[in-house]
Design a protein around this ligand. Structure first.
Ligand code: NAD
Ligand code: TYD
Length: 366
Protein backbone atom coordinates (compact mmCIF):
# COMPACT_ATOMS: atom_id res chain seq x y z
CA UNK A 1 0.00 0.00 0.00
CA UNK A 2 1.33 3.44 -0.95
CA UNK A 3 0.60 7.00 0.10
CA UNK A 4 1.23 9.35 -2.80
CA UNK A 5 1.77 13.07 -3.03
CA UNK A 6 0.82 14.04 -6.59
CA UNK A 7 1.91 17.53 -7.59
CA UNK A 8 -0.05 19.11 -10.45
CA UNK A 9 -2.85 16.59 -9.97
CA UNK A 10 -5.49 19.08 -11.16
CA UNK A 11 -3.84 19.39 -14.58
CA UNK A 12 -4.35 17.26 -17.66
CA UNK A 13 -2.00 14.32 -17.06
CA UNK A 14 -1.97 14.62 -13.27
CA UNK A 15 -5.76 14.32 -13.06
CA UNK A 16 -5.81 11.34 -15.42
CA UNK A 17 -3.08 9.76 -13.27
CA UNK A 18 -5.12 10.31 -10.07
CA UNK A 19 -8.19 8.69 -11.69
CA UNK A 20 -6.06 5.78 -12.90
CA UNK A 21 -4.35 5.28 -9.54
CA UNK A 22 -7.40 5.38 -7.29
CA UNK A 23 -9.22 2.99 -9.56
CA UNK A 24 -6.35 0.52 -9.84
CA UNK A 25 -5.15 0.78 -6.23
CA UNK A 26 -8.28 1.57 -4.17
CA UNK A 27 -6.45 0.97 -0.88
CA UNK A 28 -3.79 3.62 -1.60
CA UNK A 29 -4.02 7.21 -0.40
CA UNK A 30 -3.52 10.13 -2.78
CA UNK A 31 -2.84 13.71 -1.73
CA UNK A 32 -2.93 16.21 -4.60
CA UNK A 33 -0.94 19.45 -4.30
CA UNK A 34 -1.86 21.98 -6.98
CA UNK A 35 -1.62 25.76 -7.29
CA UNK A 36 -4.65 25.83 -9.66
CA UNK A 37 -3.04 27.96 -12.33
CA UNK A 38 -5.03 28.58 -15.54
CA UNK A 39 -4.22 24.92 -16.43
CA UNK A 40 -5.37 23.37 -13.17
CA UNK A 41 -9.04 22.78 -12.68
CA UNK A 42 -11.00 21.21 -9.83
CA UNK A 43 -13.48 20.03 -12.46
CA UNK A 44 -10.81 17.52 -13.52
CA UNK A 45 -11.07 15.81 -10.13
CA UNK A 46 -14.83 15.82 -9.57
CA UNK A 47 -15.10 12.06 -10.02
CA UNK A 48 -12.75 11.36 -7.08
CA UNK A 49 -13.99 14.17 -4.81
CA UNK A 50 -15.95 11.87 -2.51
CA UNK A 51 -13.24 9.19 -2.33
CA UNK A 52 -12.08 9.04 1.32
CA UNK A 53 -8.57 8.12 0.14
CA UNK A 54 -8.19 11.36 -1.83
CA UNK A 55 -7.28 14.79 -0.42
CA UNK A 56 -6.78 18.05 -2.28
CA UNK A 57 -4.38 20.74 -1.07
CA UNK A 58 -4.34 24.12 -2.78
CA UNK A 59 -0.72 25.25 -2.68
CA UNK A 60 2.49 25.93 -4.55
CA UNK A 61 5.34 23.47 -5.00
CA UNK A 62 7.73 26.38 -4.33
CA UNK A 63 6.44 26.45 -0.74
CA UNK A 64 9.02 24.12 0.81
CA UNK A 65 7.58 24.31 4.32
CA UNK A 66 4.14 23.30 3.04
CA UNK A 67 5.58 20.33 1.13
CA UNK A 68 7.59 19.21 4.16
CA UNK A 69 4.49 19.31 6.34
CA UNK A 70 2.47 17.36 3.73
CA UNK A 71 5.17 14.69 3.53
CA UNK A 72 5.32 14.32 7.31
CA UNK A 73 1.65 14.67 8.23
CA UNK A 74 0.45 12.25 5.55
CA UNK A 75 3.38 9.81 5.90
CA UNK A 76 3.97 10.12 2.16
CA UNK A 77 6.21 7.42 0.70
CA UNK A 78 5.88 8.29 -3.01
CA UNK A 79 6.00 11.73 -4.59
CA UNK A 80 4.88 11.90 -8.23
CA UNK A 81 5.79 15.26 -9.66
CA UNK A 82 3.63 16.53 -12.56
CA UNK A 83 3.30 20.21 -11.59
CA UNK A 84 4.72 22.43 -14.30
CA UNK A 85 4.10 25.17 -16.75
CA UNK A 86 3.63 23.02 -19.83
CA UNK A 87 2.78 25.05 -22.94
CA UNK A 88 5.66 25.83 -25.32
CA UNK A 89 3.93 28.90 -26.81
CA UNK A 90 3.49 30.45 -23.36
CA UNK A 91 7.15 29.73 -22.57
CA UNK A 92 8.16 31.75 -25.62
CA UNK A 93 6.18 34.86 -24.64
CA UNK A 94 6.62 34.51 -20.85
CA UNK A 95 9.47 32.26 -19.71
CA UNK A 96 9.58 33.55 -16.09
CA UNK A 97 6.81 31.28 -14.81
CA UNK A 98 8.57 28.29 -16.41
CA UNK A 99 11.84 29.03 -14.63
CA UNK A 100 10.00 29.60 -11.34
CA UNK A 101 7.78 26.50 -11.34
CA UNK A 102 9.71 24.01 -13.43
CA UNK A 103 13.19 24.71 -12.08
CA UNK A 104 12.77 26.43 -8.70
CA UNK A 105 9.64 24.44 -7.88
CA UNK A 106 11.34 21.12 -8.59
CA UNK A 107 14.37 22.25 -6.59
CA UNK A 108 12.11 23.16 -3.68
CA UNK A 109 10.42 19.73 -3.79
CA UNK A 110 13.80 18.01 -3.85
CA UNK A 111 14.94 19.98 -0.81
CA UNK A 112 11.75 19.10 1.05
CA UNK A 113 12.06 15.41 0.12
CA UNK A 114 15.71 15.28 1.20
CA UNK A 115 14.97 17.00 4.50
CA UNK A 116 12.05 14.75 5.42
CA UNK A 117 13.21 11.43 4.00
CA UNK A 118 16.99 11.58 4.38
CA UNK A 119 18.02 14.20 6.92
CA UNK A 120 15.95 13.20 9.94
CA UNK A 121 17.10 11.03 12.84
CA UNK A 122 16.22 7.95 10.81
CA UNK A 123 16.52 7.68 7.04
CA UNK A 124 13.28 6.52 5.39
CA UNK A 125 14.51 3.98 2.82
CA UNK A 126 11.09 3.27 1.33
CA UNK A 127 10.70 6.66 -0.33
CA UNK A 128 10.45 7.43 -4.04
CA UNK A 129 10.61 10.75 -5.89
CA UNK A 130 9.25 10.25 -9.40
CA UNK A 131 9.78 13.12 -11.80
CA UNK A 132 7.53 13.41 -14.86
CA UNK A 133 9.42 14.84 -17.80
CA UNK A 134 9.14 15.13 -21.54
CA UNK A 135 10.83 13.98 -24.74
CA UNK A 136 11.28 17.67 -25.62
CA UNK A 137 14.45 17.77 -23.49
CA UNK A 138 16.21 15.78 -26.22
CA UNK A 139 15.70 18.56 -28.79
CA UNK A 140 14.62 18.00 -32.36
CA UNK A 141 15.05 15.24 -34.97
CA UNK A 142 15.28 15.29 -38.75
CA UNK A 143 12.96 13.00 -40.72
CA UNK A 144 15.61 10.27 -40.89
CA UNK A 145 17.19 10.49 -37.41
CA UNK A 146 16.66 7.53 -35.09
CA UNK A 147 14.15 8.13 -32.28
CA UNK A 148 15.29 9.48 -28.89
CA UNK A 149 16.66 6.91 -26.45
CA UNK A 150 17.48 7.53 -22.79
CA UNK A 151 21.10 8.01 -23.92
CA UNK A 152 20.32 10.79 -26.40
CA UNK A 153 22.15 13.94 -25.27
CA UNK A 154 19.90 16.67 -23.92
CA UNK A 155 19.51 19.59 -26.37
CA UNK A 156 16.40 21.55 -25.35
CA UNK A 157 15.34 24.32 -27.73
CA UNK A 158 12.44 26.18 -26.07
CA UNK A 159 12.30 27.87 -22.67
CA UNK A 160 9.81 25.13 -21.72
CA UNK A 161 12.08 22.23 -22.66
CA UNK A 162 15.14 23.99 -21.20
CA UNK A 163 13.34 24.41 -17.88
CA UNK A 164 12.28 20.74 -17.92
CA UNK A 165 15.87 19.69 -18.79
CA UNK A 166 17.18 21.75 -15.86
CA UNK A 167 14.72 20.05 -13.52
CA UNK A 168 15.68 16.60 -14.84
CA UNK A 169 19.34 17.40 -14.07
CA UNK A 170 18.52 18.54 -10.54
CA UNK A 171 16.58 15.33 -9.90
CA UNK A 172 19.51 13.28 -11.19
CA UNK A 173 21.94 15.26 -9.01
CA UNK A 174 19.86 14.68 -5.87
CA UNK A 175 20.20 10.95 -6.47
CA UNK A 176 23.90 10.96 -7.23
CA UNK A 177 24.89 13.41 -4.51
CA UNK A 178 22.47 12.70 -1.67
CA UNK A 179 21.12 9.24 -2.46
CA UNK A 180 17.49 10.35 -2.96
CA UNK A 181 15.51 7.48 -4.54
CA UNK A 182 14.55 9.10 -7.82
CA UNK A 183 13.18 7.92 -11.14
CA UNK A 184 12.37 10.06 -14.18
CA UNK A 185 10.11 9.32 -17.12
CA UNK A 186 10.39 11.19 -20.43
CA UNK A 187 7.15 10.91 -22.34
CA UNK A 188 6.02 11.97 -25.81
CA UNK A 189 2.98 14.20 -26.54
CA UNK A 190 -0.13 13.06 -24.67
CA UNK A 191 -3.76 13.39 -25.75
CA UNK A 192 -7.08 12.42 -24.14
CA UNK A 193 -9.77 13.71 -21.75
CA UNK A 194 -9.19 16.90 -19.68
CA UNK A 195 -6.58 18.25 -22.11
CA UNK A 196 -6.63 22.04 -21.89
CA UNK A 197 -7.83 23.46 -25.23
CA UNK A 198 -4.66 25.43 -25.91
CA UNK A 199 -2.81 22.29 -27.06
CA UNK A 200 -3.18 21.12 -30.64
CA UNK A 201 -5.67 18.22 -30.37
CA UNK A 202 -8.27 19.73 -28.00
CA UNK A 203 -7.85 23.12 -29.68
CA UNK A 204 -8.75 21.61 -33.04
CA UNK A 205 -11.76 19.70 -31.70
CA UNK A 206 -13.19 22.71 -29.85
CA UNK A 207 -12.45 25.12 -32.72
CA UNK A 208 -14.34 22.85 -35.13
CA UNK A 209 -17.31 22.94 -32.75
CA UNK A 210 -17.10 26.76 -32.65
CA UNK A 211 -16.63 26.97 -36.43
CA UNK A 212 -13.27 28.70 -35.90
CA UNK A 213 -10.06 28.51 -37.93
CA UNK A 214 -7.76 25.56 -37.28
CA UNK A 215 -4.33 27.25 -37.01
CA UNK A 216 -1.42 25.28 -38.48
CA UNK A 217 1.99 26.67 -37.60
CA UNK A 218 4.40 26.96 -40.55
CA UNK A 219 4.07 24.19 -43.13
CA UNK A 220 2.32 21.76 -40.77
CA UNK A 221 4.88 19.05 -41.45
CA UNK A 222 6.24 19.00 -37.89
CA UNK A 223 5.96 15.54 -36.38
CA UNK A 224 4.85 14.57 -32.88
CA UNK A 225 4.65 11.07 -31.34
CA UNK A 226 1.19 10.89 -29.71
CA UNK A 227 0.30 8.73 -26.70
CA UNK A 228 -3.11 8.29 -25.06
CA UNK A 229 -2.85 9.82 -21.57
CA UNK A 230 -3.91 6.68 -19.69
CA UNK A 231 -0.98 4.86 -21.29
CA UNK A 232 1.30 7.50 -19.79
CA UNK A 233 -0.22 6.85 -16.35
CA UNK A 234 0.31 3.11 -16.93
CA UNK A 235 3.97 3.70 -17.86
CA UNK A 236 4.56 5.75 -14.69
CA UNK A 237 2.86 2.99 -12.69
CA UNK A 238 5.33 0.44 -14.08
CA UNK A 239 8.29 2.73 -13.33
CA UNK A 240 7.03 3.18 -9.75
CA UNK A 241 6.58 -0.57 -9.30
CA UNK A 242 9.72 -1.90 -10.96
CA UNK A 243 11.88 0.95 -12.26
CA UNK A 244 15.50 1.05 -11.14
CA UNK A 245 16.42 3.93 -8.83
CA UNK A 246 18.38 6.70 -10.56
CA UNK A 247 17.19 5.68 -14.05
CA UNK A 248 15.32 7.52 -16.80
CA UNK A 249 12.59 5.69 -18.73
CA UNK A 250 11.22 6.81 -22.09
CA UNK A 251 7.45 6.37 -22.52
CA UNK A 252 5.92 6.57 -25.98
CA UNK A 253 3.47 5.00 -28.35
CA UNK A 254 5.45 4.65 -31.58
CA UNK A 255 2.82 6.83 -33.21
CA UNK A 256 4.30 9.67 -35.27
CA UNK A 257 1.99 12.09 -37.04
CA UNK A 258 2.59 15.28 -39.01
CA UNK A 259 0.47 18.08 -37.52
CA UNK A 260 -1.46 18.70 -40.73
CA UNK A 261 -2.38 15.02 -41.00
CA UNK A 262 -3.62 14.85 -37.45
CA UNK A 263 -5.78 17.95 -37.95
CA UNK A 264 -7.28 16.45 -41.12
CA UNK A 265 -7.89 13.12 -39.35
CA UNK A 266 -9.71 14.87 -36.47
CA UNK A 267 -11.82 16.86 -38.97
CA UNK A 268 -12.97 13.61 -40.58
CA UNK A 269 -13.70 12.00 -37.22
CA UNK A 270 -15.86 14.91 -36.06
CA UNK A 271 -17.73 14.85 -39.38
CA UNK A 272 -18.38 11.13 -38.90
CA UNK A 273 -19.73 11.74 -35.39
CA UNK A 274 -22.11 14.40 -36.75
CA UNK A 275 -23.24 12.02 -39.48
CA UNK A 276 -23.95 9.29 -36.90
CA UNK A 277 -25.74 11.50 -34.38
CA UNK A 278 -28.20 14.14 -35.62
CA UNK A 279 -28.43 15.71 -32.14
CA UNK A 280 -24.90 17.04 -32.52
CA UNK A 281 -25.97 19.50 -35.23
CA UNK A 282 -28.59 20.84 -32.81
CA UNK A 283 -26.15 21.06 -29.91
CA UNK A 284 -23.43 22.70 -32.01
CA UNK A 285 -25.31 24.77 -34.61
CA UNK A 286 -22.17 26.83 -35.39
CA UNK A 287 -20.24 23.71 -36.35
CA UNK A 288 -22.99 22.47 -38.60
CA UNK A 289 -22.24 24.79 -41.51
CA UNK A 290 -18.57 23.87 -41.72
CA UNK A 291 -19.27 20.19 -41.27
CA UNK A 292 -21.87 20.13 -43.99
CA UNK A 293 -19.53 21.83 -46.43
CA UNK A 294 -16.02 20.71 -45.51
CA UNK A 295 -14.51 20.92 -42.04
CA UNK A 296 -10.95 20.84 -43.35
CA UNK A 297 -11.62 24.19 -45.06
CA UNK A 298 -11.22 25.71 -41.57
CA UNK A 299 -7.49 24.87 -41.76
CA UNK A 300 -5.49 28.08 -41.80
CA UNK A 301 -1.72 28.26 -42.12
CA UNK A 302 -0.29 30.83 -39.68
CA UNK A 303 3.16 32.16 -38.78
CA UNK A 304 5.40 29.42 -37.45
CA UNK A 305 6.31 29.09 -33.76
CA UNK A 306 9.79 30.59 -33.18
CA UNK A 307 12.40 27.81 -32.84
CA UNK A 308 9.72 25.20 -33.66
CA UNK A 309 11.10 21.66 -33.17
CA UNK A 310 10.65 19.66 -36.36
CA UNK A 311 10.19 16.16 -35.06
CA UNK A 312 9.95 14.24 -31.79
CA UNK A 313 10.00 10.44 -31.66
CA UNK A 314 10.46 8.17 -28.66
CA UNK A 315 12.34 4.88 -28.62
CA UNK A 316 10.82 3.12 -25.60
CA UNK A 317 12.81 -0.12 -26.00
CA UNK A 318 14.32 0.14 -22.50
CA UNK A 319 10.90 0.62 -20.86
CA UNK A 320 9.39 -2.14 -23.00
CA UNK A 321 12.20 -4.61 -22.21
CA UNK A 322 12.80 -3.82 -18.53
CA UNK A 323 9.25 -3.11 -17.41
CA UNK A 324 7.14 -4.93 -20.01
CA UNK A 325 5.57 -1.65 -21.09
CA UNK A 326 3.26 -1.63 -24.13
CA UNK A 327 0.59 1.03 -24.67
CA UNK A 328 -2.91 -0.44 -24.39
CA UNK A 329 -4.64 2.04 -26.66
CA UNK A 330 -4.11 2.22 -30.42
CA UNK A 331 -4.22 5.69 -31.96
CA UNK A 332 -7.43 4.78 -33.73
CA UNK A 333 -9.22 3.87 -30.50
CA UNK A 334 -7.58 6.61 -28.42
CA UNK A 335 -8.44 9.48 -30.74
CA UNK A 336 -12.00 8.18 -31.21
CA UNK A 337 -12.45 8.10 -27.41
CA UNK A 338 -10.98 11.59 -27.16
CA UNK A 339 -13.26 13.12 -29.79
CA UNK A 340 -16.26 11.42 -28.14
CA UNK A 341 -15.18 12.76 -24.72
CA UNK A 342 -15.06 16.36 -25.99
CA UNK A 343 -18.43 15.97 -27.71
CA UNK A 344 -19.94 14.68 -24.44
CA UNK A 345 -18.22 17.14 -22.09
CA UNK A 346 -18.97 20.55 -23.54
CA UNK A 347 -19.56 21.98 -20.07
CA UNK A 348 -16.01 21.06 -19.05
CA UNK A 349 -14.27 22.68 -21.98
CA UNK A 350 -16.53 25.72 -22.02
CA UNK A 351 -15.74 26.27 -18.36
CA UNK A 352 -11.96 26.05 -18.73
CA UNK A 353 -11.85 28.27 -21.80
CA UNK A 354 -12.26 31.84 -20.69
CA UNK A 355 -12.26 34.29 -23.58
CA UNK A 356 -8.86 35.71 -22.66
CA UNK A 357 -7.05 32.63 -23.88
CA UNK A 358 -8.49 32.84 -27.38
CA UNK A 359 -7.60 36.52 -27.55
CA UNK A 360 -4.08 35.78 -26.36
CA UNK A 361 -3.46 33.06 -28.94
CA UNK A 362 -4.98 35.17 -31.70
CA UNK A 363 -2.60 38.02 -30.84
CA UNK A 364 0.44 35.72 -30.91
CA UNK A 365 -0.16 34.08 -34.28
CA UNK A 366 -1.98 36.55 -36.51
P1 NAD B 1 -0.88 20.99 -17.35
O1 NAD B 1 -0.37 22.33 -17.74
O2 NAD B 1 -2.16 20.50 -17.91
O3 NAD B 1 -1.02 20.89 -15.76
C1 NAD B 1 -0.05 21.40 -14.89
C2 NAD B 1 -0.65 21.39 -13.48
O4 NAD B 1 0.37 21.89 -12.59
C3 NAD B 1 -1.85 22.31 -13.33
O5 NAD B 1 -2.84 21.66 -12.56
C4 NAD B 1 -1.30 23.50 -12.58
O6 NAD B 1 -2.27 24.16 -11.78
C5 NAD B 1 -0.22 22.85 -11.75
N1 NAD B 1 0.84 23.80 -11.35
C6 NAD B 1 1.50 24.68 -12.15
N2 NAD B 1 2.39 25.39 -11.43
C7 NAD B 1 2.30 24.95 -10.15
C8 NAD B 1 2.97 25.26 -8.95
N3 NAD B 1 3.93 26.20 -8.91
N4 NAD B 1 2.65 24.60 -7.82
C9 NAD B 1 1.68 23.64 -7.84
N5 NAD B 1 1.01 23.29 -8.95
C10 NAD B 1 1.31 23.94 -10.08
O7 NAD B 1 0.31 20.00 -17.70
P2 NAD B 1 0.25 18.49 -18.21
O8 NAD B 1 0.12 18.51 -19.68
O9 NAD B 1 -0.70 17.74 -17.38
O10 NAD B 1 1.73 18.03 -17.88
C11 NAD B 1 2.05 17.45 -16.61
C12 NAD B 1 3.53 17.10 -16.59
O11 NAD B 1 3.82 16.19 -17.64
C13 NAD B 1 4.44 18.30 -16.81
O12 NAD B 1 5.55 18.17 -15.95
C14 NAD B 1 4.87 18.19 -18.26
O13 NAD B 1 6.14 18.74 -18.46
C15 NAD B 1 4.89 16.68 -18.43
N6 NAD B 1 4.63 16.19 -19.81
C16 NAD B 1 3.56 16.64 -20.50
C17 NAD B 1 3.30 16.13 -21.77
C18 NAD B 1 2.08 16.56 -22.56
O14 NAD B 1 1.92 16.12 -23.71
N7 NAD B 1 1.19 17.35 -22.02
C19 NAD B 1 4.16 15.16 -22.32
C20 NAD B 1 5.25 14.72 -21.56
C21 NAD B 1 5.47 15.24 -20.30
P1 TYD C 1 1.32 21.42 -28.72
O1 TYD C 1 0.04 20.68 -28.53
O2 TYD C 1 1.42 22.83 -28.24
O3 TYD C 1 2.46 20.52 -28.08
P2 TYD C 1 4.09 20.65 -28.17
O4 TYD C 1 4.44 22.00 -28.68
O5 TYD C 1 4.49 20.45 -26.75
O6 TYD C 1 4.52 19.54 -29.08
O7 TYD C 1 1.66 21.42 -30.25
C1 TYD C 1 1.76 20.21 -30.98
C2 TYD C 1 2.23 20.57 -32.38
O8 TYD C 1 1.20 21.30 -33.04
C3 TYD C 1 3.45 21.47 -32.40
O9 TYD C 1 4.27 21.10 -33.50
C4 TYD C 1 2.88 22.86 -32.60
C5 TYD C 1 1.66 22.59 -33.45
N1 TYD C 1 0.53 23.50 -33.27
C6 TYD C 1 -0.09 24.08 -34.39
O10 TYD C 1 0.33 23.87 -35.55
N2 TYD C 1 -1.15 24.89 -34.19
C7 TYD C 1 -1.64 25.17 -32.95
O11 TYD C 1 -2.62 25.95 -32.82
C8 TYD C 1 -1.02 24.56 -31.81
C9 TYD C 1 -1.51 24.85 -30.42
C10 TYD C 1 0.06 23.73 -32.03
Amino acid sequence: MKTLLVTGGAGFIGANFVHYWLEKYPEDKVVVLDALTYAGNMANLVSVESNPNYTFVHGNICDQALVESLLVENSIDTLVHFAAESHVDRSITGPDAFIETNIMGTYSLLKAAKKVWLDGDTVFDGHRFHHVSTDEVYGTLSATDPAFTEDTAYAPNSPYSASKAASDHLVRAYHHTYGLNVTTSNCSNNYGPYHFPEKLIPLVITNILHNKDLPIYGDGQQIRDWLYVEDHAYGIDLVLQNGRIGENYNIGGNNEWANIDIVKAISVLVEQEFAKNVELAERFPQARAAIESNTASLITYVTDRPGHDRRYAIDATKTNNELGYQPKESFETGIAKTVAWYLNNEQWWQSVMDGSYQNWIAAQYK
